[in-house]
Write a protein that binds this ligand. Sequence first.
Ligand code: AMP
Length: 225
Amino acid sequence: MRLVLLGLPGAGKGTQGDMISEKYGIPHISTGNIFRDAVASGVGLGREVNSYISKGELIPDDLTLRVVQERLNQPDCQRGWILDGFPRTVLQARELDRSLAKSGLNVEMACDVRVAQREAIERISNRRICSNCGAVYHLEQHRAEEKGTCDACGGALYRRTDDSEETVRKRLDVYMRQTHPVLHYYARDGRLYSIDGARPIDVVFADVDHYLQHLAEELAVGEAQ
Ligand code: AMP
């Protein structure tokens, strides 16, 4: 199963990606997490991408494509994957298709998790993340039991530097200009599925899972033939 998750920053792609990964046993690959890990480790890639992330701009396509290709070549990706935060430009979407086609593969489903811009801003300004396991909290709707500490692993919670109000506005603007056209790219050949993301996490997942079960059945029939 090869899926991409699309949607505004704060739409809940990360949370849904984790849930899909757990149920279907395929890796959840967030390009944002890969880049943030590189920044934290302070190595070459991190230095290169840090200025883009901190300004809320996209990292250049050639660099992003190289990083994603390297990740998709890992053995855990053989049975499929969920890409979260990639593709973010039509060029990335086209190159991903082109590269997969060489191995007779494709992106089977692009899932657009929809929330209004106002909701996205509200969620991001209340978002806190575990510095150890990456679990996501909301200061009001999904509070940690002990303030500032992750319920799951005890790690310290932090606010992403690019979650500041000014950078979020920039990221939303970048999304509308550069990423929104990717929806049309997948809609053109019937691969786009739209999900209302403004509902409780489990309700959103039930919708996503409904589509995934159909997809899993289709893939199983295809393999059997
Ligand atoms: P995210 O965690 O998905 O919100 O991504 C955080 C930041 O990483 C973005 O604002 C970009 O600077 C960078 N980034 C993540 N994915 C991509 C991508 N597919 N193309 C370009 N830049 C990306």
